[in-house]
Each structure stands twice: as C-alpha cells, then as structure tokens.
Design a protein around this ligand. Structure first.
Ligand SMILES: NC(=O)C1=CN([C@@H]2O[C@H](COP(=O)(O)OP(=O)(O)OC[C@H]3O[C@@H](n4cnc5c(N)ncnc54)[C@H](OP(=O)(O)O)[C@@H]3O)[C@@H](O)[C@H]2O)C=CC1
Ligand SMILES: O=C([O-])C1=[NH+]CCC1
Length: 317
C-alpha cells in the first residue's frame, strides 16, 4: 500500500496520533525493551549542508517496525523528501510506504503540541493565550495547522526571514482566522506577549534571546538538528529561570546545536513527563520551559501505525 502526501494529510488524525505518540515516548524514556530505536544516521553530502538521514525502530509490543529514509536539502523546497516504510515485526512483511514530507511535518507539530500540553497546560486554560510562530516554511505552516486545530488562540503572531512567506501564510488562513498578525522583525515587543513560541527555522544563528521573551513562556524549538544550527541564544538556554526538556537525551546531545553549543543542562526527556503530574504541576508558572526536539524514528512509527490501521479499517468497511 502506498500513501502519497494527500492521502497522509487526509487520513492521519491528530487525536489518535497524540495518543500513540504519548505511549511510544513514555516507553522510550522508560527503556522498554520492546521498543528499540538506535541513534539515527545523518550522512552529510559534499558541502555538509545537505544530508541523507535514516531513522529505524522496532516496536515488538505493537508488532511493527519502521524505517524512514529522507533527504534534507535546506536550499531546495521542499527541504525534506523521502518515504516511511512500515513492516510487520512478527513476519517481516512490508505493510505501508508513505510520503515522508507530510508524516514528518504532522508528527513533528503534534509532538510540539504534546510538549505544550505537558509543560504549559496552564497556558492552554487561558482564553487570552498568544501563540507566536517563527519561520513560515513547511514546519511553520503545519505548526499553525495543528496548534489551531487543537486550541483556540486569542492572538497569533507570525514571522519569517522572508516576510512574503509570512504574508502568504496569513493570507491562506484569512478565511478561517482573523486573529493572525505579522511581526516585521524579531525586536517587535509583541513577542514579549507570547505564551507559546514555536521556532521552525533552519537558522544557524540564535533568533531569540532571554530579553525577547516573557517569564513563563513555553518554547518549542524545532529547527536545529546539527551541532552548527541553533535558534535560541545561550542566555535563554542557560538562565536559572529556564527548564530544558528534549525528545531524546542521546539525540539532543549529538544533534541539537543549542544544547551542544550552550552546554545547557537537560532536565528531562518528554517521555519522562508522561503520567508524571508531579513533575508537570511542579513547574513554577514563572519558569521558561523549552522543549528542544530534533526528531525521532518512534514519531514516524507512531504516525505510520495510526495511518496504516485507519486505512485498513476503511478497506474492511
Ligand atoms: N525537530 C524535528 O523533528 C524536525 C525538524 N525539522 C527542521 O525544522 C527546520 C524547518 O524545516 P521545514 O519547515 O521543513 O523547512 P523549510 O525549508 O520549509 O523552511 C525553512 C524555514 O527556515 C527559515 N530559515 C532558513 N534559514 C534561516 C535563517 N538563517 N534565519 C532565519 N530563518 C531561516 C526559512 O525562512 P524563509 O523561508 O522566510 O527565508 C523557513 O521559514 C529545518 O531545520 C528542519 O531540518 C524538520 C523536520 C522535523
Ligand atoms: O526527524 C526528522 O525527520 C528530521 N529532523 C530534522 C530534519 C528531519
């Protein structure tokens, strides 16, 4: 069975995806032996900018194995291309090949939302909550999709290095949302009003420093996945007001530019927060929480399982 990007978009529902993501993250951080995920390989191509990535994992509890093979060519749109292959872990049969662009986009934004729910649940109870998205490429767009499908924000600010991309995104949403405003630069004081910020860029220089954000903000830092990339400045990473959470400690220490360059302490993995109300409720409302993700194979596995099982159900009807 092959699912192109439109099939993935139409059939990958967020609610079951969030449930399976929470389960695999929890089991990953518990070192559950039925879930195996080695560190992914990132092979740089020639100029070191472009890369070939391979992300495998096995989940014998659910009975699936998955491998995603993608290229990352930041100068050519779409920057990410490739496929996700899902197998049966009991008999080795190939079950599904799906477009990796859409799976990567949606599962990454879903993970950012899961982190927001766990680390900033108080913000999602606030009717006046403000969301800011920096970077209006594929990830910025899908973060806007997912974050507005799952929560009603009072105000949304968009910024992109090339303002045309932010203007286009705002205009594509104009019939659905009338509360989106554009930020012309990153010194705009409106960033200081943000309760949740998603940074979705391929930047190599910090875009956000401590003075640009308010106390208690939650930041999902999505963009960097190489030691040379970063979106957040050292003062933000290292402030005593900041708590840093990552998707995987092993991956973050090898791939996340902000962590490698600042040497910030990682307080926990996202999976350690699941079913851990004590930790989540114990975060003071004045703390800045940063969820730094680099992306993991188990996220693609979760998305492929949800998609495959739904398509099978439709076939059987
Ligand atoms: N954490 C995770 O799990 C995942 C992370 N990623 C990473 O997220 C980032 C965005 O991916 P995606 O949206 O697919 O890529 P796109 O190529 O679609 O978008 C790239 C974005 O980065 C911005 N950008 C590039 N360079 C700079 C810079 N120097 N300063 C500021 N902004 C910059 C672009 O701005 P503009 O177009 O306005 O110039 C654009 O908004 C990438 O680094 C990607 O590798 C991707 C998938 C998963
Ligand atoms: O997890 C992922 O697929 C990626 N992370 C950074 C580039 C692609």
């Amino acid at each position: 069975m092959y699912s192109d990007e439109f099939t993935v978009k139409e059939n990958l529902s967020l609610s079951p995806l969030l449930e399976v993501l929470a389960d695999v993250f929890h089991r990953y951080s518990k070192h559950d032996p039925s879930l195996e995920q080695p560190l992914r390989s990132i092979l740089p191509i020639n100029d070191q900018q472009n890369a070939l990535l391979n992300l495998p994992c096995i989940d014998t509890q659910r009975g699936y194995m998955c491998v995603k093979t993608i290229t990352s060519f930041p100068g050519i749109l779409p920057a990410i291309d490739g496929v996700v292959s899902l197998f049966n872990s009991n008999n080795g049969r190939l079950l599904l090949i799906a477009d990796a662009k859409e799976i990567t986009a949606r599962r990454t934004a879903a993970v950012s939302f899961l982190a927001t729910k766990l680390l900033a649940s108080n913000k999602l109870k606030n009717e006046n909550a403000v969301l800011t998205i920096l970077g209006c490429g594929v990830q910025g767009r899908v973060h806007l999709d997912v974050f507005t499908e799952l929560f009603k924000w009072n105000k949304i600010y968009l910024w992109s290095r090339n303002m045309t991309h932010a203007i286009n995104l705002q205009s594509d949403y104009s019939s659905k949302l009338n509360n989106i405003e554009l930020l012309e630069n990153l010194n705009d004081n409106r960033i200081l009003q943000s309760d949740v910020i998603c940074t979705c860029t391929a930047s190599k220089e910090a875009l956000l420093s401590l003075h640009q954000v308010k106390k208690g903000v939650h930041i999902n830092a999505v963009g960097s996945f190489r030691a040379t990339m970063r979106e957040l400045a050292d003062d933000l990473m290292l402030s005593s007001d900041t708590t840093v959470i990552v998707d995987s400690k092993e991956s973050a220490m090898k791939e996340a530019g902000e962590i490698i360059q600042s040497k910030a302490e990682i307080v926990a993995e996202l999976g350690e927060l699941i079913e851990n109300n004590e930790f989540c409720d114990g975060i003071s409302k004045d703390k800045i929480t940063i969820f730094k993700s680099v992306g993991m194979a188990i996220e693609d596995l979760a998305a492929a399982i949800v998609l495959y099982e739904y398509l099978q159900e439709c076939r059987e009807k």
